[in-house]
Design a protein around this ligand. Structure first.
Ligand SMILES: *Cc1c(COP(=O)(O)O)cnc(C)c1O
Length: 462
């Protein structure tokens, strides 16, 4: 399988190359040249399989020859062995034709574990081949950093540095990053906000000499391997509810558009998905765009669903490329306009194409809290605020087609918001109940590029 850039001006790469590169050199995102279609009989044959077997069958056609079957099966087995639920991604019914897909049984209690755990194992395979030593650097507002740390801790040939804004992540999120004992993990509390963290990471990547010197790699949400890993649970959930014979819809709490785009890949593979509902909080650039055709940046407003507080949804570029008839030059022109003037207007026909796949809605803070309370009153279940945004928006689209809302994080990761809505504080799962007692290890850093480079060089050598 070959991968090409959404901006049409970077070399095509195989799967391992696209995973190693993350972002394409022309600034675009990698996508498969052609999405393989699973025949109906193959989709039907997924029914009743365990998650790992289904994952192998969904991922297989996207891989390059670089990886052998036994290796990839081993990577998948490793990736999901630490999950706290035998089904990995269980479905729970919450209404007449409404289901929750619980994606929070991984080691850091958010859906990002599905992709990050697998990409960690695939990087391990790739590095064993090349003998390369790499440095993973990421900025996080909470969930991505801990998921990356969990996935790469202790892996040979890899150092992981995660920058987070000091004092601005939840205590659970911080402790998940700082209580890891492996020496290749470096949690850095930066004296600044999330935008500063992201800006410093960008600076490091743009310093090409430094980038080559330490073998920088990125595992952020635009990495194709992460999108692909997330495609699996859209397929397994649809099969559980009757695919290929019966269509299903999904409501996806959305920030960077990575998760919902993974659903679009499942749809391209031939899984009968009627609607992919993009659910946003009051940072609603995607909902506004799908409604009006105008993609325009507004300031980020903090919400109780912080993992969805974003300005620009990087992965939306992939959907744009498809909607613009795979025209890389047209995508590049819109992205230039976005950078220069803070927005762009979609051509009418591209908007029509997007609307064939995506619907959308938004939830205010009050609506989010009300959804947490309503689900608790109706079913006894506690849901996290991100999931609640999905539930609120999904309820506007219920009908004869089963609706699956993605439960993207465990309620115990956001206990304050849940307590405010229900009066109940969700406890951490037993396997991590001692998180508040574990010793923390963190390095405080100034918002200063050269100091960061020195620190990374020293830590890698140590
Ligand atoms: C990252 C995240 C999201 C948003 O996912 P995207 O792929 O960025 O759209 C939603 N909920 C939670 C809990 C997250 O961590």
């Amino acid at each position: 399988m070959r991968y090409i850039s959404t901006r049409g001006a970077a070399p095509a790469l195989d799967f391992a190359g696209a995973m190693r590169a993350g972002l394409a050199r022309d600034g675009g995102l990698y996508l498969p040249e052609a999405v393989p279609v699973l025949p109906g009989a193959e989709i039907a044959a997924l029914a009743g399989l365990d998650y790992e077997e289904a994952a192998w069958r969904v991922i297989r056609p996207f891989l390059s020859e670089a990886f052998g079957e036994d290796e990839v099966r081993g990577a998948i087995a490793h990736a999901y062995a630490g999950f706290g639920h035998a089904a990995r991604a269980p479905l729970v019914q919450i209404g007449a034709n409404h289901f929750l897909l619980e994606l929070f049984h991984g080691p850091t209690l958010a859906f990002k574990d599905f992709a990050m755990q697998l990409i960690g194992q695939l990087f391990r395979l790739a590095l064993a081949r090349t003998g390369e030593r790499i440095t993973i650097i990421g900025a996080t507002s909470g969930d991505t950093g801990s998921a990356a740390i969990e996935a790469f801790r202790g892996l040979p040939g890899v150092d992981v540095f995660i920058l987070f804004p000091a004092g601005r992540v939840s205590e659970v999120q911080r402790r998940q990053m700082t209580t890891v004992t492996e020496g290749n993990v470096h949690a850095l509390a930066l004296n600044g906000d999330f935008d500063d963290c992201q800006a410093r990471v960008k600076d490091l990547f743009n310093d090409h000499a430094f980038r080559d010197e330490v073998g920088l790699a990125a595992v952020n949400s635009i990495n194709w391997a992460r999108v692909l890993a997330q495609t699996v649970y859209f397929v397994t959930a649809a099969v559980s509810l009757g695919a290929p014979w019966r269509a299903v819809s999904f409501a996806v709490p959305t920030g960077n558009f990575g998760d919902v785009f993974a659903g679009a890949v499942a749809r391209q593979m031939g899984v009968p998905i009627a609607r992919l509902v993009v659910a946003t909080n009051r940072n609603d650039i995607l909902h506004r765009c799908l409604t009006s055709g105008e993609y325009r940046v507004a300031g980020v407003a903090p919400t109780i669903s912080p993992s969805m507080d974003i300005q620009v949804a990087s992965n939306f570029e992939r959907a744009l490329w498809l909607a613009l008839g795979r025209d890389g030059a047209a995508v590049a022109a819109l992205m230039d306009e976005l950078r220069a003037s803070g927005g762009f207007r979609l051509p009418e026909d591209a908007l029509a194409v997007l609307r064939e796949t995506y619907a959308s809605g938004r939830a205010s803070e009050a609506e989010t809290r009300a959804a947490i309370a309503r689900i608790h009153a109706g079913t006894g279940a506690l849901i996290c605020p991100h999931t609640a945004v999905g539930v609120h928006v999904a309820e506007g689209f219920l009908g004869v087609v089963p609706m699956v809302t993605l439960a993207t994080a465990h309620p115990a990761k956001f206990p304050d918001a849940v307590a405010e809505a229900t009066g109940l504080r969700p406890p951490l799962p037993k396997r991590m109940a001692d998180l508040y007692e574990r010793p923390e290890r963190v390095t405080e850093v100034e918002n200063d590029l050269s100091a960061l480079k020195t620190l990374i060089r020293e830590r890698r050598a140590g």
